[in-house]
Design a protein around this ligand. Structure first.
Ligand SMILES: *[C@@H]1O[C@H](CO)[C@@H](O)[C@H](O)[C@H]1NC(C)=O
Ligand SMILES: *[C@@H]1O[C@H](CO)[C@@H](O)[C@H](O)[C@H]1NC(C)=O
Length: 796
């Protein structure tokens, strides 16, 4: 009795202590961050002292904890005696200059950080400002590369400027490294000031379930944490009367210098006293990071002459680097007194010649006048030799919906560069220096290396030819997965190759002109795909290079090489591989007409005639049937989709990308989008639910492909996804039409009723059977193949 009492009370004591501990931990957790992590870092580079300036306290970097002591010797600090009269004294009157790499290390917390680099470029530097060439890196991100502030300043017609970035920091430390360009003699790096503060990630990274429309592409883009952002332009509508607009990132620029048409419309301003805005968003403290209320109090409209409005586009144009994606954020708010309801002002929005909005109706979208909103779009500016390009935004009235006013309105523009798959925000074009200074005789060097390598790799093409002719390569045994795992863990895994031909890296380098961006024909989770030319100068190949920075592709790489033994006219042939240094490269036969999906719903292509589509389906079905039955062990493709059915120059369909596994963590956008396709578009619901993989999962996906072929629509329609329409997923919609007896709706309008009714019926029947919910109800690939062959024979 007594004992149990003691037990009881000690139990209470223990639980009490545990609770105290938890409480302590809890408070520790919630109070820890604000104490250790400074809210805002303002670093005055090259300065010894604490400098209060304009209400901010700047810390000098000399002797600070942000810089290892040895750097004070390897870099120079500079007190600038004669700075530009307009440049603020802090941080521009001092600088740090270095020839060797210099790393600032700031305590940080994981999360999104705003990073601003302050630069003043003029002859104060003692060295020639045009010799300043350097890169700035943060973690894996290259913010600028071979950057010359003096050329940049010339282009903007400024002497001092800032470069603003948003970077997602994963560690407890934020390291910023300045490195002078190694390829340039006497190059040096300098910096005047650095500013860092945390930013709520929701400002530019929407909920991961909300993709941003990607103009010109079927799939929307998910802006995930892998991207770093270069904040290029923040533009507000200003005129003589209106106030400057500022938010947490500083002042917004005036839009008038970006108006590119001769007509600039008219500016509309509402007084602060006159109207109060419906600003539910402004009650959240985050709004100072996105757009301040003042932004929405001025707008540019086209003007009051409606006939004139119909004759022009209200256009803004911005200089950007080519070869990058840009996030364009447009801010709207209806502030014209007379426009109070939906359908009164409806207009089109074009970005770089693409329709971003067919029917923009601000009041309808916002729900009321005086209610701000913004819309995001992603647009790719394709790489061009010149480097810089224009990104333009144009508005035009849309009269189709008979609005009351033939006019358009816009309140603000943000243009943000997204980092590419190499985590770089830096464009790689020829250094401008080469044009002005004496040139390295590059042509001679290139010619020299070409000559040498051509002599070295003469046997290259012969080997390829041999591989081609040798039809029975024999089965290279599939490695037990444990041995793949073991290899995977090694730092330098090596591939077991069976009989697959091994290329040297130098051979591949020549075939792809040093992996020229101009030769990129595709991009996936694995890396980029280049079109290469064999040493004979005529035989094209497709070269798939795994992203050297990631090891994730290894398993897929091994899979593809194992599957190399499969040889069938409807499977894309692997010609060989290369594993050298950190490179994993696969070489395939080149498929001249590209993926099937391009010919189904890319508008610039001629629609394929029905018979040709049937032939393609038969070919693809043969390839899959062979994978399922033609070898000792059935192979499940797992990623059947119209993008993985490639067409050669004779329009023969071949299955590609076998061995690509779906468990790769998504890092880059192309991956995210395949993920979506897998989930919404092609993925067998049974497999999704039960994780039980059979050949019938491929049959399901193939069923979706059959309906893509019939309808000329993608497996997932992003517009319909947004509208939550039943047309979002093609499979579900096909099933719906089938059950309602409206299969006519599924037929690509370009056929104009040219499909024979019996063929259509049988084609839809087999497609619907492929999509059966239960795997047992689905046909085998063999049955699908013979049905398709029968349908095709009706035309022959
Ligand atoms: C816009 O597209 C049209 C038609 O596709 C083309 O003719 C025109 O050159 C394009 N303009 C620009 C500026 O790209
Ligand atoms: C406005 O821009 C669009 C998109 O580039 C173009 O198709 C249209 O012809 C332009 N309209 C006028 C009046 O310039």
């Amino acid at each position: 009795m007594k004992e149990s009492h003691i037990l009881e009370s000690s139990r209470y004591a223990i639980s009490f202590v545990l609770h105290l501990l938890l409480l302590f931990l809890f408070f520790h957790l919630i109070t820890c961050d604000p104490i250790n992590v400074p809210v805002k870092i303002l670093l005055n580079c090259g300065s010894h002292e604490l400098s209060p300036f304009n209400g901010n306290n700047w810390t000098g970097d000399v002797g600070s904890n942000f810089l290892p002591p040895e750097y004070d010797k390897s870099s120079t600090t500079l007190l600038i005696s004669k700075i530009e009269p307009l440049a603020p004294k802090v941080p521009y009157s001092t600088a740090r200059i270095t020839h060797s790499p210099l790393t600032y290390s700031f305590p940080s917390s994981p999360g999104l950080k705003f990073i601003r680099i302050y630069l003043l470029s003029s002859s104060y530097l003692m060295m020639n400002p045009s010799d300043a060439y350097f890169s700035v890196k943060v973690g894996p991100y290259t913010l600028v590369n071979d950057f010359n502030p003096s050329f940049f300043a010339q282009e903007l017609n400024l002497v001092f400027f800032t470069k603003d970035f948003l970077v997602n920091v994963r560690e407890e430390n934020l390291n910023i490294t300045f490195t002078s360009s190694p390829s340039i003699p006497n190059a040096f790096a300098f910096v005047n000031g650095i500013e860092i503060f945390p930013v709520p990630r929701s400002i530019y990274f929407p909920d991961s379930k909300v993709p941003v429309p990607y103009l010109g592409y079927q799939q929307p883009l998910f802006i995930n944490d892998e991207y770093a952002l270069d904040m290029l332009y923040r533009v507000s509508i200003t005129n003589y009367y209106s106030n400057n607009v500022e938010n947490a990132f500083g002042a917004w620029l005036e839009d008038s210098s970006y108006i590119s048409d001769s007509q600039s419309g008219s500016v509309l301003t509402i007084e602060w006293r006159a109207v109060s805005m419906n600003c539910s968003t402004f009650t959240s403290k985050d709004y100072i990071y996105s757009a301040p209320e003042g932004l929405y109090r001025t707008a540019r409209t086209m003007g009051s002459n409606e006939d004139a409005n119909m004759k022009y586009n209200l256009t803004w144009s911005f200089h950007v680097d080519s070869g990058f994606k840009y996030l364009v954020r447009l801010h709207f708010c209806e502030i014209y007194m007379a426009v109070t309801q939906a359908h009164q002002r409806v207009f089109k929005v074009y970005i770089n010649n693409q329709t971003a909005e067919e029917r923009m109706d601000v009041v309808a979208l916002a729900g009321a006048p005086y209610t701000p909103l913004h819309r995001d779009y992603v647009v790719m500016v394709p790489r061009e030799s010149g480097g810089r390009k224009h990104l333009w935004i144009a508005l035009h009235p849309n009269l189709e919906s008979k609005p009351k006013y033939a006019d358009a309105i816009l309140n603000g523009i943000e243009i943000i560069k997204l980092s590419d798959s190499n985590h770089s925000l830096a464009a790689t074009f020829q250094l401008r220096r080469e044009q002005t200074k004496k040139k390295v005789p590059q042509a001679i060097i290139v010619a020299g290396t070409l000559g040498a390598t051509l002599a070295l790799f003469f046997p290259f093409f012969i080997l390829i030819r041999r591989a081609w002719k040798k039809q029975n390569w024999g089965t290279s045994k599939t490695l037990p997965s444990s041995s793949i795992e073991r290899n995977h863990k090694k730092i330098q895994p090596t591939v077991t190759s069976g009989h697959c031909h091994q290329f040297t890296f130098a051979e591949i380098n020549i075939a792809t002109s040093n992996f020229s961006e101009a030769l990129v024909i595709g991009e996936g989770g694995f890396g980029k795909v280049y079109k290469g030319i064999m040493h004979d100068g005529v035989t094209p190949v497709a070269v798939k290079r795994s992203n050297p920075s990631s090891r994730q592709g290894f398993r897929e790489f091994q899979n593809e090489i194992n599957l190399f033994s499969f040889c069938h006219m409807n499977l894309v042939s692997l010609l060989g591989y290369c594993q050298e240094r950190n490179e994993l490269i696969l070489v395939y036969e080149y498929m001249a007409q590209g993926p099937l999906c391009d010919h189904l719903y890319k508008k610039q292509k001629q629609p394929l005639p029905w018979i040709q589509r049937l032939e393609i389906c038969v070919g693809a079905a043969r390839g899959l049937h062979y994978l399922h039955t033609g070898t000792s062990q059935p192979v499940i493709h797992r990623d059947v989709k119209s993008a993985n059915i490639l067409l050669d120059q004779n329009w023969v369909a071949k299955i590609a990308d076998f061995g690509l596994c779906r468990t790769v963590p998504s890092l880059y956008q192309s991956h995210v989008s395949t993920e979506v396709k897998g989930t919404l578009g092609y993925l067998d619901p049974e497999y999704y639910k039960r994780r039980k993989l059979t050949e019938k999962s491929d049959v399901y996906s193939f069923g979706v492909v059959l309906f893509e072929v019939l309808s000329g629509r993608p497996a997932v329609n992003p517009v319909a996804v947004k509208e939550e329409s039943e047309k979002a997923g093609l499979a579900i919609w096909a099933m719906h039409c089938y059950q309602c007896g409206t299969i006519d709706q599924l037929v690509d309008p370009c056929f104009e009723g040219n499909i024979r009714p019996q063929c259509l019926r049988e084609f839809v029947d087999i497609g619907i059977r492929c999509l059966a919910n239960r795997t047992v109800d689905r046909p085998t690939m063999g049955e699908v193949l013979s049905t398709l062959e029968k349908i095709l024979s009706l035309y022959l």
